[in-house]
Design a protein around this ligand. Structure first.
Ligand code: MIC
Ligand code: SF4
Length: 654
């Protein structure tokens, strides 16, 4: 039997394990990239490993999230990242150079490679035929230190595309919204989506990247397209034709499941508050007044997205009731638009054109007013993420967004009387790499500069045999890492300072949480109770590290999102699953839970009896830790585990 695309790439990178769904596989990684909001921790952790230089073929440190520079904290982080990149051998993408995923697609992504990024939208690179996976900072740091990347082999699901997309106002964003509508935010858990079928030909690389980018919202490990003539065309246009290789699945490849999408049947879609899978046809919301429109983000900030928006805005005026904010995805895209006069069209319409960064997508400015409606071409509309708790955030394609901005309301863009021009993919993109700094020379004397807000990485002690902890919070399904550790301009500056950021854990849900957690520490610590898909969304390991700092011993949930589960393990917090959903209903905030004989159980069936000593009953939970994860948990996290491994390696060598 033939191989699918994922199997081909995995096989070429396999350092151990078998490509069998559910078993651990170790992969050699070609590229690792970080962004600033997760990168300061990743680079501090790399530094704590005591290595001189990264041991992967390519490492890049981007600055794109945390750029408001309200005080010294952000610029200090930038300088730390710049000096650390120079010293340890990574490229450094300066603030202003653009959003990591868009810049990486333009400058480094290559078919057949494996990349890790400390951001959940790393799968953007799947549009290039690259396996691109989002991970926590500590996982990235250990891989940069020379380890293989271990992952539980996901199911490979084929998304078979037929039909054509070439109709006005139907875009790649509508394709991924359609998939979210049918599969939901849990539909991709433990899966990799591999796109195939005749419809693939109809999509260019940046359109494919929009689709794989937002595959993160499905909970998928990653998504990937084949590398074909369209890929070759794009790589030639960005001046990297030598990076092209053809890569497709074998005719007789097999898949665990197949999902069929007919591109010809897709219509303009929109996700309603407060989840990216709450998708309906734009036409069904016609007449809804709009107060703010934001266009950009790593999902929709390519040259094509921006050029189409400029074409819609040209000669029109933004409605008097609307604020329109636009962030181009990269400096190259920005410069190209400027040189072609397209930025002028945006400005003339009344758009506020911001810098090439994440910006409003992560609440770094551009918050809507209270109770307002904001429509964004972004990927997440979780409650409060915009910076305004009671705002109503919708997600739609960039061109739909531009039409709403002009009309002041949601309207089927096909009926707005604005003719959308056909987009012709450029054969030559503007190339200006002057904001991508080269790594410093190995062995040169570079000092890593750390400002006063950059604190050491906290480390937990080893696992205890008995856990006695208080339930500090009980939550339902689909809790996001934005719920656990909010972002936004008040919080992001503390990403390099765990003691300070820990004050914000769950602050949008229960602002007494961190105080109660600290109080509970002297009594054994705290437990968090979650429902299905706990920790979906961002890769921020602060959502595990800060709770660990506050003495959280375990999270009990019905199921976990992949990256967050790894982050919990990496910081020594036990991820435990309820065996019976009804036990989730019974347990309450304030209950004291006790688990004994953990050492014995963790190495055996991993079935734990939990005594609820407050209510006087017991129930069972389980963990699914593989051998490596068990060792990590025992040591108190990945950092102590890695240190110990390198000490024993050195001792063995002597
Ligand atoms: C996000 O979109 O939520 C972020 C901000 O890019 C995160 C990373 C972070 O929290 O720093 C992500 O998606 O992983
Ligand atoms: Fe940045 Fe938003 Fe993309 Fe996250 S989702 S990387 S915040 S643009």
């Amino acid at each position: 039997m033939g191989n699918n695309l994922v199997e081909k790439i995995f096989r070429a990178h396999l350092s151990y394990g078998e490509l069998k769904t559910g078993s651990p596989v170790g992969l050699k990684v070609d590229q690792v990239y970080t962004q600033d909001a997760t990168g300061t921790m990743a680079w501090l952790q790399f530094e704590a490993m005591g290595l001189d230089r990264v041991k992967v073929p390519l490492a890049v440190s981007y600055v794109d999230h945390n750029m408001l520079q309200q005080d010294y904290m952000n610029p200090d982080d930038h300088l730390f990242l710049q000096t650390a990149a120079a010293k340890y051998g990574a490229f450094f993408s300066r603030p202003g150079n653009g959003i990591c995923h868009q810049v990486h697609l333009e400058q480094f992504a290559a078919p057949g490679r494996i990349a890790l990024g400390t951001d959940s939208h790393t799968p953007t690179g799947g549009g290039m035929g690259m396996i691109s996976i989002g991970v926590g900072g500590l996982d990235a740091a250990t891989v940069m230190g020379g380890s293989s990347f271990e992952l539980t082999m996901p199911k490979i699901v084929k998304i078979h595309l037929t039909g054509r997309l070439r109709r006005p106002y139907v875009t790649a964003m509508d394709v991924i919204l359609e998939i979210l509508r049918s599969l939901t935010v849990k539909g991709g858990v433990s899966r990799i989506f591999e796109y195939g079928g005749p419809g693939v030909r109809d999509l260019n690389v940046t359109e494919r990247a929009t689709i794989t980018n937002m595959g993160a919202e499905l909970g998928a490990t990653t998504s990937i397209f084949p590398s074909d003539e369209r890929t070759k065309f794009y790589l030639e246009a960005v001046g990297r034709s030598s990076d092209w290789v053809e890569l497709t699945a074998d005719e007789d490849a097999s898949y665990a499941e197949t999902v069929r999408i007919n591109l010809s049947k897709i219509e303009p879609l929109i996700a309603q508050p407060h989840s990216p899978d709450n998708v309906v046809a734009v036409s069904s919301l016609a007449g809804t007044k709009v107060n703010q429109v934001c266009i950009g983000s790593c999902t929709n900030s390519s040259y094509q997205a921006m050029k189409s928006v400029a074409a819609v805005l040209k000669g029109n005026t933004v409605n008097e009731g609307v604020n329109l904010l636009i962030n181009p995805g990269s400096k190259q895209v920005y410069e190209m638009l400027a040189r072609e006069g397209l930025i002028s069209d945006m400005i003339a319409s009344g758009a506020r054109v911001l810098e090439a960064s994440c910006g409003p997508c992560i609440g770094m400015g551009g918050a809507p007013g209270s109770g307002q409606v904001s429509v964004r071409s972004f990927n997440r509309n979780f409650k409060g993420r915009s910076g305004t708790k009671d705002a109503f955030v919708y997600l739609a394609s960039p061109v739909s967004c531009a039409v709403f901005a002009i009309k002041g309301e949601i309207i089927d863009p096909r009926e707005a009387g604005i003719v959308m021009k056909k987009f012709r993919e450029p054969a030559n993109y503007l190339i200006n790499r002057n904001f991508m700094l080269q790594p410093g020379q190995a062995g040169s004397d570079i000092r890593v500069i750390k400002g006063p807000n950059i604190k050491d990485v906290p480390v937990k002690g080893p696992l205890s045999d008995r856990l006695k902890a208080e339930v500090l919070l009980k939550l339902g399904d689909n809790v996001t890492t934005d719920d656990i550790m909010p972002a936004g301009s008040a919080v992001l500056p503390f990403r390099s300072n765990i003691p300070a950021i820990s004050n914000f854990v769950f602050s949008n849900i229960d602002n007494t949480f961190s105080r109660r957690a600290i109080e509970a520490e002297s009594r054994g610590g705290g437990i968090i109770i979650g429902g299905e898909n706990y920790g979906q969304g961002s890769s921020r390991e602060h959502a595990a590290m800060a709770p660990m700092f506050l003495g959280i011993q375990a999270v009990m949930a019905k199921s976990f999102a992949r990256i967050h589960r790894s982050n919990l393990i990496n910081f020594g917090i036990l991820p435990l699953q309820f065996d019976k959903a009804s036990d989730h209903e019974k347990v309450e905030k304030g209950d004291c839970l006790v688990i004994s004989d953990i050492f014995k159980i963790i190495d055996a069936a991993q079935a734990y009896t939990v005594e609820n000593t407050t209510k006087g009953y017991s129930f069972t939970v389980s963990s699914t830790l593989n051998a490596r994860e068990r060792e990590i948990i025992r040591k108190g996290g990945l950092l102590p585990f890695t240190r110990e491994c390198s000490v024993s390696r050195e001792a063995g060598e002597n």
